[in-house]
Design a protein around this ligand. Sequence first.
Ligand code: A3P
Length: 280
Amino acid sequence: EAELIHMFKGIPFTTRSSPELLKSLDTFDAREDDVLLVSYPKSGTHWLAGVITKLYDTEVTITSPIEFGDISKLEELNNLSTKRIIPTHLDYNMLPPNFKKKKCKMIYISRNPKDTAVSMYHYYRDNPNLPTVDTWTAFFDLFLKGNVVCGSWFDHFLSWEEHEDDKNILFLFYEDMKKDLPKVVKKIALFLSLNASDKDIQDICSKSSFSEMKNDTEKENSDPSHTVCALTSNRKLIFRKGAVGDWKNHFTPKQNRRFEEIFNEKMKLSKMAKCFIYEV
Ligand code: A3P
C-alpha cells in the first residue's frame, strides 16, 4: 500500500495526483475570473462547494481539484469555456503563481483541527485511496506529525493565514457555517459580487443542510472524473456526521493536553487560530 502515497516538495500526496501534474502547476494559466475554493481536507469543502454553486444563476463549473489527475487535466481546464470554480487542498506556497498574480478570488475554509483530525481519521478508514490506519491513537500521532495526506494542518493553515489581509481572499470557518449559515452565505455572496435575496439565501441554506446533501448524494450515481476532493470521487464517504465537537468522543484527556501543547506552540503567532481552541 506504500504506493498510495508519494512525496512532492515534502508533502504527501496520493497517487491520484501525478508528479508530472504537480510539477507543471507552476506554469498553469489562471483567468482573472477564476474562483478558488481552498481547504485542508475534511474542513467542509463539499458543503461550501454546494453553497457556492447554488449562489450562481449563470453557468459556472466546479472543476475537479487542480492537483487531481494527470497532466492532461491542465489542458482540460484550459479548454473549459465556462467560468471556473476550482477546488484545491494545496498550501499557499504550492498554489500556481498565476492565481496570485491575477489576484483571483479565493475562499479558504478551515475547521477546528481537533474535529478535522477526527473526520480525517474516519476518512482514512473508509477511503480505499488512503493508507490503512489501525487505531485512532496511531492516527492521532500521524496527524500531529503532519504525516498525513496534504501534510501538516498547522503548516497549511499558517501558509494561508499569512495572507489574511489580502483583499482577494475570504476566510471562512466550518463552525460559523454551523452556527449561522445564512450569515455566511450572505458574506460569500457579497465577496463574489452576487445578488441573493433573503428568499434565495433561505432556499440555499435549506438545500445545503447535512441531511439534504447526504440524501442527494445517495440518490445520484457518482462520476469518477467529477470530484470536489482529490482524495476520493465517492461522495458517499463525505457525509459522515457533520457535527461540531465530535473530537470529544475520540480524544483522551491526555491526547487533548498533548494536542493543545503542540497547538499552542505551533500557533503562537496565529491570531485566527485562537478561535478553535478557546471557543469550542
Ligand atoms: P465529519 O467527518 O466530521 O462528518 P470535506 O468536504 O472537506 O471533505 O469535509 C467533510 C466534512 O464536512 C465531514 O465531517 C462532513 O460530514 C462535513 N459536512 C459535509 N456537508 C456538510 C453539511 N451540509 N453540513 C455540515 N457538515 C457537513
